[in-house]
Design a protein around this ligand. Sequence first.
Ligand code: ZN
Length: 262
Amino acid sequence: MARRLVVVFAHPDDDAYGVAGTVALHAADPEFRFVLVLATDGEAGDIREGFPATRQTLAAVRRAEDAAAWRAVGRPPDRHEWLGYPDGGLSDVPFDELVDRIAGILAEERPDVVATFGPDGIFGHPDHITVGAATDAAFLRLADGGGGGFRRLCHGVIPESVFNRWNEQRAAMNLYVFDPTQIYHMRGVPDEQISITVDTRPVSDRVVAGLSEHRSQHHVIIDDPDDVQRWKRIVTREWWVVAWPQRPAGAPTLTDMFDGLD
Ligand SMILES: [Zn+2]
């Protein structure tokens, strides 16, 4: 059975979109092991107006929010590692040190699948791009060494067609549209690069319940946290590019990260 997953992201809430549905779908699977690595505590995040947190308490608040979010999803991580690097400063950390930290966890876990950000960081966020590049390097260091695991490396992405549709909807709702040439704006990847499309509709309620627990960040992660129906529509799919091994041209789209690994 190949159901061991390590997810490596930058901030507590990166894990709330894009992978929570996949985890929820495997919640009842006894062979599933879920390890989460977050490189920062998110202490530089923008604090929602009126929210009872300060710059000094935000790291602890966001750690607690992340734990509550996974309880709401219904499948907390079996192991959660906080690397404690500065939020917004990941690209200033010596790259080899970051790779070593991540590789140390990966070597202990020998997961079947490793999931992280691709080179677009979904938002062009330097922390996202850096943690993705370091995770790729750690994966590739270990993948060829024998000893099992390391069957697939996945990058979380938004397909360009979906990105364009969301932007059209945003324009129609008089919300700002994403400009993919700008840092901190969402961007998509060409649809033909998508290797895995997960239908997360059966668990979309749980994904939204998890997102809702990131209370200090509601204003960042959703335009209107009270519009649950819109929130649910956003979380009906999760998309991944298989970054390793290279997939043959024309290979059928997979429906789960572990698809075809047994
Ligand atoms: Zn982030």
